[in-house]
Write a protein of this length. Structure first.
Length: 211
């Protein structure tokens, strides 16, 4: 791996969001392609963060810092990725369900999945079932992600899946759910395709969905 790519990986792991945009620019000045920077510099760094988070060696504030660093680097290379037509892993529409204002976990999941190469369409928090339906129709994502942090709002996930069924588009997407009160058995009960306990698992699951 070139020196600058390995420096970028380390910067992601260390959450060095101040220096990373400059490093991404240096990598481009050295003639590296945006895709190489993403796949061989940024993503290995974020993969490492995911592994360490799952193992309990990194904690939420550190992961947020790494995710912010990833975003800062992505801001530099994203326009070039689009220009060169580098294919992303696919689109994920993600939101926090109706009645629920908690979005920190959802944002983290979005950032980890962006780090894994997905294009994230974040439709925010307190999202009505029909707004999810409209977003799926508009963006044709491969994956729909729903987050809920309240026991009282978990049911909105089921309502959203029903709304997708009624619109005849349920089978056009894989549905991933998560949030502190959500469990695998709840996911099975409401007919989601998968439950992820944390952002690193969510990113792994998204990759499995499209494999
Ligand atoms: Co609220 N809140 N809150 N809150 N809040 C909790 C969730 C609560 C457990 C606190 C408590 O009582 N101990 C409790 C819920 C109880 C329950 O229903 N079981 C609670 C309550 C009751 C409330 C209010 C009702 C309080 C009130 O007003 N009386 C109110 C509800 C407002 C509403 O939503 N309508 C409320 C409000 C708020 C704030 C607005 C003040 C704020 C949210 C700010 C924001 O998000 N922008 C807030 C916060 C910060 C919390 C706690 C303290 C922290 C949540 C958090 O961000 N965790 C929380 C207590 C706690 O968890 N210790 C609490 C960090 C985050 C990284 O983790 O969100 O779990 P988490 O996300 C993880 C995983 O769950 C998973 O990956 C993430 C990263 O690893 N994950 C997914 C999440 N979404 C996923 C989606 C996926 C896959 C994985 O696929 C798509």
């Amino acid at each position: 791996m070139s020196d600058i790519l390995s420096k970028l990986s380390t910067a992601i792991i260390e959450g060095n969001f101040k220096d990373t945009p400059g490093m991404a620019e240096t990598a481009l000045d050295e003639g590296l392609e945006a895709g190489e920077i993403l796949n061989q510099g940024l993503m290995p760094g974020m993969d490492h963060v995911g592994v360490e988070f799952k193992a309990g060696n990194m904690f939420v504030p550190e992961v947020l810092r790494s995710a912010r660093t990833m975003q800062a680097a992505m801001d530099i290379i994203r326009p070039l990725l689009a220009e060169t037509g580098i294919e992303q892993a696919g689109k994920i529409v993600i939101g926090t369900v109706k009645g629920d204002l908690h979005d920190i976990g959802k944002n983290l999941v979005g950032m980890m999945c962006e780090g894994a190469g997905f294009e994230i369409i974040d439709i925010g928090k307190d999202v009505e079932p029909n707004t999810f339906v409209e977003a799926v129709k508009e963006h044709s994502p491969k994956i729909l992600g729903m987050s809920a942090l309240l026991t009282t709002t978990m049911r909105a996930m089921e309502q959203t899946i029903k709304a997708l069924e009624e619109a005849g588009i349920r089978d056009s997407v894989k549905i991933m759910i998560g949030g502190a009160p959500v469990t695998q058995s709840f996911s099975d009960q409401i007919g989601a395709d998968g439950y992820a306990a944390n952002a690193a698992s969510a990113s792994d699951m998204a990759k499995e969905f499209i494999a």
